[in-house]
Design a binder for this molecule. Structure first.
Ligand SMILES: [Zn+2]
Ligand SMILES: [Zn+2]
Length: 395
């Protein structure tokens, strides 16, 4: 049986490779995670990864800096893991809210969901400044990732990583004495004291290369963020124009999950949304728009005035609204009552921005992780389908 599932099942490996070559590094990481056949194709053709990393350069943003080859040995690094590390988001180091933004600090693996949290990370115990040079003689100091502080010759560590080191040592002692077993549901990988010291020796060997890579990524990020702002503004203008053209309200259209997905993914990959992409999703967006406009009306509670489209999704393809409300989710309002200029400065993730105007319910509070995964996979599938259909037409 052919390992490729439809629509990829109909394609030869050459065509699949051509499609993969068009993907961004994060797209490739998602694809590699979604199918073993695609992962095998990517593993067998590492040039696709290299091309995606180098091809990411556009406008003010240079190519994604490569990591040292030695890290594949010593730090379990792979192109997919690297793409997820840069673009995969994570939990805010301060408030633990999930965020899709690139890391705030690469080496210490810190994410920040807002400007407020960035400032909090610097002041609220997330970082450990080793004023007494404690870890320079401590065995953990051999491998714990550390930044050179800007003041004096002190090193800065992640308090979370220090805490984790303590836990893994305790767990290894418990493993030695048989109090925990390999099959137990453990918060950290199962290791005995002996295997833990091996793992730590590996970490010590990889630390310098990781530090060099993190510094390169910090420099790259500055240009990436700058270019992303430009792309995001252009995509916003594009969607405003489409909304106007279709007689739709821009604020409501931005609440449609498909639009939010396209907006987030294209901004992340520094790609302009094209008319073809929009037209391809037009029907879905139209249907989602009806739901969103209805939700706005539902929560408007008399003070807002929204014209409700007649709900006949099958036939009603051209919607027209003259008024709208600008309701904001109470949860998100709490978190992001900043001007758009500030949002850019604070680096609020585009996904959060896209969801922020969502009125009735808080989309972020519950299962944002599952949501992001669904959205990205769905978007990618549509993107691949479009390429495939183009390929079919061409051939
Ligand atoms: Zn936060
Ligand atoms: Zn919300």
């Amino acid at each position: 049986m052919c390992p490729w599932r439809s629509p990829l099942a109909k394609l030869s490996l050459d065509v699949v490779l051509l499609i993969l070559e068009q993907c961004s590094p994060f797209d490739l990481a998602i694809l590699a995670a979604s199918s073993s056949a695609l992962r095998a194709a990517l593993d067998a053709n590492p040039f696709i990864w290299r091309r995606a990393m180098v091809g990411f350069a556009r406008g003010a943003c240079p190519a994604i800096p490569p990591y040292a080859a030695s890290l594949e040995e010593t730090a379990n690094c792979s192109p997919a893991a690297y793409a997820r590390y840069i673009f995969g988001g994570g939990k805010c180091a301060l408030c633990r809210k999930p965020t899709s933004s690139i890391p705030y600090e690469y080496l210490l693996r810190l994410h920040a969901c807002s400007g407020k949290c960035k400032r909090g990370i610097l002041s609220r115990g997330i970082l450990f400044v080793d004023r007494e040079h404690k870890y320079e003689i401590h065995p953990w100091g051999q491998w714990l990732p550390r930044l050179r502080g800007t003041w004096g010759r002190k090193f800065v560590y992640s308090s979370f990583m220090i805490e984790r080191a303590r836990h893994e040592e305790q767990q290894a002692r418990d493993a030695d004495s048989g109090r925990v077993l390999p099959d137990d549901d453990l918060p950290l990988p199962f290791r005995t004291t002996a295997t833990l010291s091996e793992a730590r020796a590996e970490r010590a060997r990889s630390r310098d290369a990781l530090t060099v890579n993190a510094i390169a990524l910090e420099h790259w990020s500055a240009s990436y963020v700058q270019e992303k702002e430009t792309v995001e503004a252009a995509n916003r203008r594009f969607l405003k124009a489409r909304a106007k053209e279709h007689g739709l309200q821009y604020h409501i259209i931005m609440r449609c999950p498909t639009v939010a997905c396209i907006f987030t993914s294209f901004n992340r990959d520094l790609t302009l949304i094209t008319l073809t992409v929009f037209l391809q999703h037009e029907q879905v967006i139209t249907n989602e728009y009806q739901v969103q406009a209805f939700a706005v009306d539902d929560t408007a509670s008399g003070t807002q005035n929204v014209s409700v489209p007649s709900i006949a999704p099958a036939q009603n393809t051209s919607l027209s609204h003259t008024k709208t409300s600008t309701l904001i989710c109470s949860h998100c309002q709490d978190s992001f009552t900043v001007s758009s200029a500030q949002e850019t400065k604070y680096g609020v993730s585009s996904l959060q921005k896209a969801w922020r105007p969502t009125s009735a319910r808080c989309m972020r509070r519950s299962t944002i992780r599952a949501l992001i995964a669904n959205i990205l996979t769905g978007c990618l599938r549509l993107f691949l389908c479009s390429i495939i259909s183009r390929q079919n037409i061409a051939s």
